[in-house]
Design a protein around this ligand. Sequence first.
Ligand SMILES: [Zn+2]
Length: 261
Amino acid sequence: MADVFHVYAIRFAHRDASVRSEHFYGHDPCATDPWPISYYVWLAVSDSRAVLVDAGFTPKTAARRGNRNYLQSPTDTIRALGVDRDDISHLVLSHLHYDHSGHLADFPRAEIVLQESELSFWTSRHAGRDQLAHFVEPADVARLVEQNFAGRVRLVNGTHNVVPGVTAHHVGGHTPGLQVVQVRTAAGDVVLAADASHFYENVEQEKPYGVVTYLPAMYDAFDALHRLSSRPELIVPGHDPQVLHRFPAVPGLDGLAVRIA
Ligand SMILES: [Zn+2]
């Protein structure tokens, strides 16, 4: 019998000096319009389990990359939600872009779950190419390689049952090994889209994001988000500031955490 989970979106940073042309693929008539972006991790908690999806980035990385408003370490917000970091049994990484893999050291007891194709790509001959390397912190990839030797990384292919009630599904498109996470809740199946849909506009209007490995896979990922969620409202985009408005704030954590289900 699968556990029933509660799901939280935890916002740890945002970047307001950003325009639409940074985010949407192809011609956009509103290319120069402001388009703020938020940065999240997601926590799924049941009576017996805690699973974290993604590991954000650190204040140090934020300072070096500039322009980012760092609110609070996701690890601190997780603690404020009543979850000890050592209680997190699994850390599922959607992909290895810098904004999803920065706090790996904060969860030393968690098994890291990642698509094998994602780690392969970021150790391949293409990884250092300027337009690809820009999105990755080499130290994060190096840490994963070390952790893999230490037996702490589960490299998966396709669909993987993380724990009963939490399932990872490979979609690709944005990066070769991008995966999304389906969580069983009392409200139905929630899908944490991460960068399979940065914003609601991507999945709701089938508008691809601007950073693309393979465009047809990005379109297929939109279909997968619909197929894997019980209702469209339960698809949670990876970077949309609207997430904070579509779901209720956790009392005492305004602007930092909302309860998805
Ligand atoms: Zn991202």
